[in-house]
Design a protein around this ligand. Structure first.
Ligand SMILES: *[C@@H]1O[C@H](CO)[C@@H](O)[C@H](O)[C@H]1NC(C)=O
Ligand SMILES: *[C@@H]1O[C@H](CO)[C@@H](O)[C@H](O)[C@H]1NC(C)=O
Ligand SMILES: *[C@@H]1O[C@H](CO)[C@@H](O)[C@H](O)[C@H]1NC(C)=O
Ligand SMILES: *[C@@H]1O[C@H](CO)[C@@H](O)[C@H](O)[C@H]1NC(C)=O
Ligand SMILES: *[C@@H]1O[C@H](CO)[C@@H](O)[C@H](O)[C@H]1NC(C)=O
Ligand SMILES: *[C@@H]1O[C@H](CO)[C@@H](O)[C@H](O)[C@H]1NC(C)=O
Ligand SMILES: *[C@@H]1O[C@H](CO)[C@@H](O)[C@H](O)[C@H]1NC(C)=O
Ligand SMILES: *[C@@H]1O[C@H](CO)[C@@H](O)[C@H](O)[C@H]1NC(C)=O
Ligand SMILES: *[C@@H]1O[C@H](CO)[C@@H](O)[C@H](O)[C@H]1NC(C)=O
Length: 681
């Protein structure tokens, strides 16, 4: 056998039995230590300390070896994004093309070839080596003794409460492969359990709330009194605290009326399940924006069989799409807009899959369909929709990959709990938002509507920790991803006008929505990004909430430790906010009052579109990922200092001076923001 001699040669080079090696010594000068268990990590909740080391594995046992191949530049993503998005960078605004982004993250062919030929050289039969899609992993089943020789390691059983896992304390790889191998399994991370027994269940929240479904109230609200007549305001601004309209948005944030549409700057809304009706859009335009003609509608870019519009009385018309379209279309007129309507009716109707957004992102970036990152390749079956969908009425074609070019601004008023999907699923998806930012797209996502929980019932939407009973705060996804901009909501207090300060949106809306309030808090998965550090530090330094906290570990397995209710080390949510209360618009033919952070993301999407167009007139590019600029120019926002976001049995966080996890940095001052972005290259 070819490989046999190679193996012997290595064993000879090592010169002695592996077990006898001095701890610091290398087995061979051609080998390097690749991973060793961090002694500091021992003792973490669920960490190796709880696992009792047992026997060495039987050398003849056949076990599955998985070699994870290095994904190029995943670790450089943040740096690259700051390079084009940080106001102090001299490459500010110099976004990458789609091809450049693909090349940046593509795996080097060399990586696969090198590792594969090493395995072959080790005497492993080529037909036994399996490769996963996109060459992210190499897999082969081998005797334990063979793997121990190849990686200069020793495998032990580890036991904890009847569950068996296997792993090693450290292992080595040939020097020339260390840049190509990410990690091996089993390795210093223990294998999946070998004998399944009931494991401690994580606080999984079962409700997959994907629509933030803005709340609607009927127009007859007898207890609402109009404010006293204010002679300094025109008649259409007398009543913005009760009947909020596009005119109120313009006055509150000083958004100009006549805008020049610049081709290529049409913003887009993401919608899924909920679907607009033309009749409701017409009724809205006719009543509130009469210069927009009936029949005006967004350009449909349907993803994987989604359809729009629907009839006015259709059960799929629940208001979200119409509110999003009404707000954006009013404020950017005469510019037009795009509608990404996503996923076929069987999937959106059953609503029984825990993931969302991946099929949408696939449609914008063909490479994402098969992209490997964080150990996951492509969509996750069982979490994401799978196409072709053979269910009746399903989209019976392969899923769309790279069908549409991403618009410069995308508004998403949907979300769910961060813990609804696995952490690596979110890390991979978040990296895709980074790629959109690199290409100059701004993604705005509403932060959610039930304060520090994700729904009206704390029993269903707050977390249990070690001992706590539904009192731990539950951050949302995708707003936890640091590469997009999360938007909370504000409101005018009853009896005030657009000349008064806003508060955090917090309005009891009757049974089931007593705790309706702008969502915010701290991620359990994502740490604070650099651009946010000083804002978050200032918040904790000057306004530390009187709430117990914990520091989430890398796998987020210690949520609720020490009685804490939030992760003090997480990325703060939201970034910014805007009015989301009492907006007047039609759904199913009825003129309602609408509430929710769902309204705030489209408002910001409109503002960024107008700013991009102004920049375009000076030959400047779109603003792309906006957070670094906002954190460096807080004077261009109105700080919101009143209100809070209670839920989960406690008071939540409080809006204070500076950034806070209720209203972020605050609401827009359009002229100031425009000035900041016109001064940037
Ligand atoms: C590799 O495996 C194939 C199929 O099992 C077998 O036919 C072949 O002889 C093997 N080659 C070596 C070198 O072991
Ligand atoms: C939390 O624990 C309670 C019982 O104390 C249970 O009813 C509830 O379903 C649990 N919630 C979650 C999200 O696990
Ligand atoms: C404002 O809202 C109140 C309460 O629903 C309603 O009575 C009043 O007619 C509204 N005003 C306008 C101008 O729509
Ligand atoms: C536009 O649509 C609205 C609502 O259906 C209707 O009341 C109005 O008459 C229409 N306007 C025109 C010019 O057709
Ligand atoms: C979701 O529901 C549909 C229709 O009820 C069913 O066919 C499908 O298997 C379900 N999918 C999952 C992941 O449960
Ligand atoms: C949560 O409590 C509400 C009433 O407080 C109840 O209607 C609902 O069924 C409960 N949900 C769960 C999942 O226990
Ligand atoms: C958890 O709290 C709910 C009320 O929020 C209560 O009904 C339930 O009995 C509590 N469960 C435990 C185990 O304390
Ligand atoms: C800003 O937004 C990003 C992404 O949504 C988030 O990670 C970060 O914590 C936010 N920071 C602040 C201070 O709002
Ligand atoms: C502050 O917010 C609270 C709760 O939303 C509200 O009742 C109060 O009127 C607000 N105060 C001011 C000064 O806006």
């Amino acid at each position: 056998m070819i490989g046999h001699s190679v193996r012997t040669a290595l064993a000879l080079a090592a010169g002695l039995e592996f077990m006898a090696l001095p701890a610091s010594g290398l087995p061979s000068s051609n080998y390097v230590l690749h991973e060793a268990r961090n002694p500091a990590a021992i003792g973490q909740f669920n960490g190796p300390r709880h696992w009792k080391r047992g026997n060495r594995l039987d050398p003849n046992a056949i076990i599955p070896l998985r070699i994870g191949l290095t994904q190029r530049n995943l670790h450089l993503g943040y740096e690259k994004l700051m390079d084009v998005a940080h106001p102090s960078s001299d490459r500010f605004g110099k976004h990458l093309t789609e091809d450049e982004v693909h090349a940046l993250f593509a795996q080097a062919d060399e990586t696969f070839t090198e590792v594969h030929s090493w395995l072959f050289g080790m005497g492993i039969n080529e037909t036994d080596i399996r490769q996963y899609a996109n060459k992210g992993w190499l897999a082969v089943d081998l005797p334990v003794s063979k793997i121990e020789d190849m990686f200069y390691t020793q495998y032990h059983e580890h036991e904890h409460e009847g569950v068996l896992k296997i792993g090693c304390d450290k292992y080595h790889v040939p020097k020339h492969l260390s840049e190509h191998i990410d990690y091996i399994l089993p390795g210093v991370k223990l294998s999946p359990p070998m004998v399944k027994r009931s494991m401690t269940k994580r606080n999984q929240v079962q409700s997959h709330r994907k629509g933030w479904a803005p709340k609607k109230l009927s127009p007859q609200l007898s207890h609402w009194k109009p404010p006293p007549y204010n002679p300094s305001l025109p008649s259409d601004l007398q009543d913005c605290a009760r009947n909020f309209t596009a005119v109120c948005y313009r006055a509150l944030y000083k958004i100009p009326l006549n805008n020049l549409p610049v081709p290529g700057n049409e913003p887009a809304v993401f919608e899924s399940g909920d679907t607009y009706s033309q009749e409701d859009l017409d009724a809205y335009f006719h009543k509130y924006i009469p210069y927009i003609a009936n029949g005006t509608h967004p350009k449909l870019q349907s993803v994987d069989g989604a359809d729009a519009p629907v009839a006015q009385k259709s059960p799929y018309n629940t208001g979200e799409s119409e509110i999003d379209i009404d707000i954006i279309q009013s404020l950017i007129w005469p510019q037009s807009m795009v509608l990404y309507q996503v996923d076929d009716r069987p999937y959106t109707t059953a609503n029984n899959i825990s993931g969302f957004l991946n099929t949408f992102l696939d449609a914008l970036d063909g490479s994402y369909c098969h992209f490997t990152a964080f150990g996951i390749t492509g969509d996750s079956p069982g979490i994401d929709p799978t196409y072709p969908d053979t269910q009746p009425g399903g989209y019976d074609k392969p899923e769309m990959c790279g069908t549409y070019k991403p618009t410069k601004v995308i508004s998403i008023s949907y979300g769910e709990s961060e813990l609804d999907v696995p952490k690596n699923y979110l890390l991979r998806q978040c990296n895709e938002f980074l790629k959109l930012g690199l290409q100059g797209t701004t993604v705005l996502v509403s932060s959610g509507d039930y304060g520090v929980g994700i729904g009206p019932d704390s029993n269903a939407t707050c977390l249990n920790g070690s001992g706590q009973n539904q009192t731990i705060y539950n951050p949302d996804n995708p707003v936890a991803c640091p590469y997009l901009t999360s938007v909370g909501a504000t409101q005018l207090q009853p009896g005030t006008t657009v000349q008064d300060a806003e508060s955090a949106m917090q309005t009891p809306l009757g049974p089931g929505a007593e705790l309706f309030a702008s969502s915010g808090g701290f991620s359990n998965y994502f740490p604070v990004p650099d651009y946010q550090k000083s804002a978050v530090q200032k918040y904790f330094g000057e306004h530390a909430p009187r709430l117990p906290f914990y520091i989430a570990n890398n796998e987020a397995t210690n949520i609720g430790e020490n009685g804490g209710v939030y992760n003090r080390a997480g990325r703060g949510i939201p970034n910014i906010s805007a009015n989301g209360a009492n907006f007047r618009a039609f759904a199913t033919g009825i003129n309602y009052h609408w509430f929710g952070t769902s309204l705030a993301a489209p408002l910001w999407a409109s503002i960024i579109t107008l700013i991009n167009q102004e920049r375009a007139l000076f030959g400047k590019r779109s603003v792309g990922f906006i957070n670094p600029v906002l954190y460096g120019n807080t004077g261009a926002l109105t700080d919101i200092k009143n209100g809070s976001n209670p839920n989960c049995g406690s008071s939540g966080f409080t809006a204070v001076e500076g950034w806070d996890p209720v209203t972020g940095l605050g609401t827009p001052k359009y002229p100031e923001l425009l000035k900041v972005w016109l001064e940037l290259p």
